[in-house]
Design a protein around this ligand. Structure first.
Ligand code: NAD
Length: 243
């Protein structure tokens, strides 16, 4: 029980990587609140794993602030904020509609800032931590993912900056940078031979990950065992960025 008695929020916790993290947190003894846009999916997953659901659009600061306040009202404190909600984009910059660019950046980067800003006052009280889901595309380039890479690169640098700014307040801030993971986000892409080959050939371990292979890193970063880890952007990618 590495997270016994801790309270955690996982945005995008109703699907894929976020669901795996929320499930692992519950198993490790935490009180967990998941947040996502789609209420039917959120309540179903919350019932399945034994946690609370709050409908939230991370692009809207007021909604994220309400999510944090609801959590603190219910459980009395906040120890762990996982800013995980995100959307993908495969469009090269010349073909990019400005609306698509805006939506990706608002979800993947502004959403992380909103969760961080709303959670920090509570995390300062508990010596808590923030875990952001970035990506290998925040560390290295990827095919056609202009908006996604820009947003995830922002998350990587934002993680370092907030870690530096809040180290003296006792708040640790880290990010997880997964390679390709089989989730609803990548399901259709990975079903095509061309894309599956691209992933297999560029991953030294020759396969994408399962969400359950990402969750243990999020458990470690939230645990007291990670007490000296802050400002780290950690690849968990089967060797992609080492290649
Ligand atoms: P997913 O589509 O399975 O889950 C994404 C979740 O985010 C869903 O619950 C969705 O409802 C939620 N979400 C999307 N927009 C939202 C919004 N505006 N407000 C609130 N919730 C919103 O995807 P996933 O693969 O589990 O992705 C989770 C995170 O991991 C994302 O940040 C993604 O960029 C990142 N990531 C994924 C991969 C991969 O290969 N799957 C690789 C690296 C990083």
């Amino acid at each position: 029980m590495q997270l016994d008695g801790k309270t955690a929020i996982v945005t995008g916790g109703a699907s894929g990587i976020g669901k795996a993290i929320a499930t692992a947190y519950v198993e490790e003894g935490a009180n967990v609140v998941i947040a996502s846009r789609t209420e039917s999916e959120g309540t179903e997953v919350a019932d399945e794993i034994g946690c609370t659901y709050v409908q939230t659009d991370v692009r809207e600061y007021d909604q994220v602030e309400k999510l944090v306040e609801t959590t603190v009202d219910e459980f009395g404190k906040l120890d762990v904020m996982v800013n995980n909600a995100g959307i993908a984009s495969e469009t090269p910059v010349e073909e990019m509609e400005l609306d698509e660019w805006g939506n990706v950046v608002q979800t993947d980067l502004d959403g992380v800032m909103h969760g961080t800003k709303a959670a920090l006052p509570h995390l300062e009280e508990t010596d808590g931590c923030i875990i952001n889901t970035a990506s290998i595309y925040g560390l290295v380039g990827g095919k056609g993912a202009a908006a996604y890479s820009a947003a995830k690169g922002g998350v990587v640098n934002f993680t370092q900056q907030v870690a530096v700014d809040y180290a003296e307040e006792g708040v640790r801030v880290n990010s997880i940078c997964p390679g390709f993971v089989e989730t609803p986000m990548t399901e259709e892409l990975l079903e095509t031979d061309r894309f599956y080959s691209y992933v297999r050939d560029n991953t030294p371990m020759n396969r994408p990950a399962q969400p359950e292979e990402i969750a243990p890193l999020a458990v470690f970063l939230a645990s007291d065992g990670a007490g000296y880890v802050t400002g780290a952007n950690i690849p968990i990618d089967g060797g992609w960025t080492a290649h």
